[in-house]
Design a protein around this ligand. Structure first.
Ligand SMILES: [Zn+2]
Length: 342
């Protein structure tokens, strides 16, 4: 009895001094095994209980339990000390200066060409036109022949073409979409066709090898020149302001007859005359006309049954005027200093 009691106090003193001198978490775990593990010193004491008289067992049992609890508490205490220490050193290591200013997030902008294009599309969609697109690599047939421009027709010289091989080219205008749409639909058709077109031209401030066009056309029974004039006026007022006037001049395109060019009153100087409108008060904006019977035929429509009008405009030219930009190349250089202004 006395022997086991002194054994218990010795274990307690040993455990306390060992735990106190521990230097890391691993040592704590080793001590936990040494004292409280299955084959540990404290656990072994329980086995000695059988050598003690039954009357004394409860008292000694209590002493061993208390020892076990105390050693466990000391170990836990030291362990949480190490845990706090490691957290503290991690905090020091990963210190973050919350007063530093953040990196600015730059917002994307819509390209000015897309903006103008979308405005044109919105105006015509509100009138019931649907959007159609065609391939940029186009068959010569759709780009020229079906549009009443047979080979050796002088009009082919009006547009310098990038040929890919015999019969295939980069489309020089969005008009091929007219034929492709007519081939697949029955009148009435009301379509707006935006897209990129390509011309083999010298690159300078006024012209580029690629640009955007919007083509629009309407085919139905009883479509007249008056309808065309009405829609051009409506579009110009929506696009350039309610006070915009239009002026129609005769022109020539192989795919329309009669053909016209449409000017709008200069919205930069309120038609008083300025450098941009060359002091005429008018700006050239689009070409249009009644669809040539040969083009309707190529699209599979009967020109005796239906008529139509078509119009087309260059988006870059309109964007140059609207935003007061003097160099078309800016649209294609993707210079953020330029693009971030829109
Ligand atoms: Zn002007």
């Amino acid at each position: 009895m006395f022997e086991i009691k002194s054994q218990i106090s010795k274990i307690k003193v040993d455990a306390e001094s060992l735990i106190r001198s521990c230097e890391n978490k691993n040592e704590i775990e080793q001590l936990r095994v040494r004292f409280l593990g299955k084959k540990g010193v404290v656990t072994a004491l329980y086995k000695n209980l059988k050598d003690i008289t039954p009357e004394q067992r409860p008292e000694v049992g209590d002493l061993i339990n208390t020892l076990k609890d105390e050693v466990a508490r000391e170990l836990d205490c030291k362990q949480s000390f190490f845990l706090r220490e490691s957290l503290r050193s991690r905090l020091v290591e990963e210190e973050l200066d919350v007063t530093l200013p953040g990196k600015p997030v730059t917002l994307g902008r819509i390209h000015p060409i897309t903006k103008v294009l979308q405005r044109v599309i919105d105006i015509f969609q509100a009138l019931g036109f649907s959007v159609a697109e065609g391939p940029e690599i186009e068959k010569e047939y759709y780009n020229f022949d079906a549009l009443n421009i047979p080979s050796h027709h002088p009009a082919r010289d009006m547009q310098d073409t990038f040929f890919i091989d015999v019969g295939t080219l980069l489309r020089t205008h969005t008009s091929p979409v007219q034929i492709r749409v007519m081939e697949n639909r029955k009148p009435p058709v009301r379509v707006i066709a935006p897209g990129r077109v390509y011309r083999n031209e010298a690159i300078n401030a006024r012209s580029y090898c690629l640009f955007h066009q919007v083509e629009g056309f309407y085919v139905d029974k009883h479509v007249t020149f008056a309808d065309l004039k009405g829609i051009l006026g409506h579009f110009s007022r929506e696009m350039f302001g309610a006070k915009t006037a239009i002026r129609i001049r005769p022109s020539y395109f192989p795919f329309t007859e009669p053909s016209l060019e449409c000017d709008v009153s200069c919205f930069l100087c309120s038609a008083k005359g300025c450098r941009v409108c060359k002091y005429t008060g008018w700006l050239e904006i689009l070409g249009a006309g009644m669809i040539h019977p040969a083009v309707l035929k190529a699209g599979g429509f009967d020109p005796d049954e239906v008529q139509g009008y078509a119009f087309g405009m260059g988006i870059e030219r309109t964007a140059l005027l609207l935003y007061g930009i003097n160099d078309i190349r800016l649209f294609f250089e993707n210079d953020m200093r330029f693009l971030s202004q829109f």
